[in-house]
Design a binder for this molecule. Sequence first.
Ligand code: NAP
Length: 303
Amino acid sequence: MYDILIIGGGPAGLTAALYAARAGKRCAVLERAVPGGQIVNSPLVENYPGLPHLSGMDFAARLQEQAEQQGAELLYEDALRAEVRADGSFLVSTDAGSHSARALILATGVAHRSLGLPGEEALIGSGISYCALCDGAFFAGRDVAVVGGGNTALQDALFLSNLCNQVTMLVRRDRFRGQQALVEQVLSRPNISVRFGRTVAELWEQNGALRGLTLNVAGSPEHESLPVDGLFLAVGQVPVGEVFSMLAETDEAGYFRAGEDCTTRTPGVFVAGDCRGKAVRQLTTAVADGATAAAAATQWLER
Ligand code: NAP
């Protein structure tokens, strides 16, 4: 029986584990893929207070090590469902078995949003990618497009411009959504061009690989053609963790409803990180949630 079981090993979940372990609680993190969550896709984080230049991958590795050194366990398992037992403890079933805990922290994070275009799924790994850091090198010297106008798209375009011949950013509105510092860097790169008011209408496929795009132009019946070998999608995220919605209520978009104290309607269940409904989703707010949720779970156990 764990004191605290944390579902999700991103920055929020690993921070919760660090705090729970330091509070003397027996805790484990269930992670179905790679510890670190979305931040591992950020080549450079420049807005984490006190650490001006940070690779997302390094941050995740160091946080994992720190949590484990304090006594947290990391279990590479996919949490499939959770139920409340008659005594108020929890049983979490995973793809590898089941675990019992007196308190749960849901830190399930978010997943990439897709465009929903015909043929999109089949081209993932054959021209379409959600991760510039992981897949950018496959497109060295070639022309690529990045869809999105947020911080992820801006970071992806900057990273790809160091490897690719030409990077075209496709932004559906007439302006970016991301930070001004990143916008200025993008606009100063000679091999990045930005097309505002553009969405992808069609994917061109040849022999199983992406060859280009047909674009819609806002306010115009005309279409544009854009031959590219790579398409990086950075169009935001959708919450993960629907399977736990019987424990924690979700809002219309699927994010867990919980206030800054990270508590939910189920005693002993807390939520942390990007899966929680909130206004600002940043590394800083994720780790803050992890600390808050662990402190709240610790207090709840001690009461
Ligand atoms: P985001 O901020 O939600 O931006 C998504 C972008 O995709 C927006 O430009 C949006 O357009 C566009 N979009 C959405 N659906 C689309 C569609 N179907 N077709 C075309 N465009 C579409 O997502 P994000 O950039 O992944 O960032 C997520 C969160 O992580 C944000 O809070 C962000 O600040 C944070 N983040 C921070 C950093 C950092 O601080 N260094 C780095 C990465 C991410 P509209 O603007 O028209 O909605």
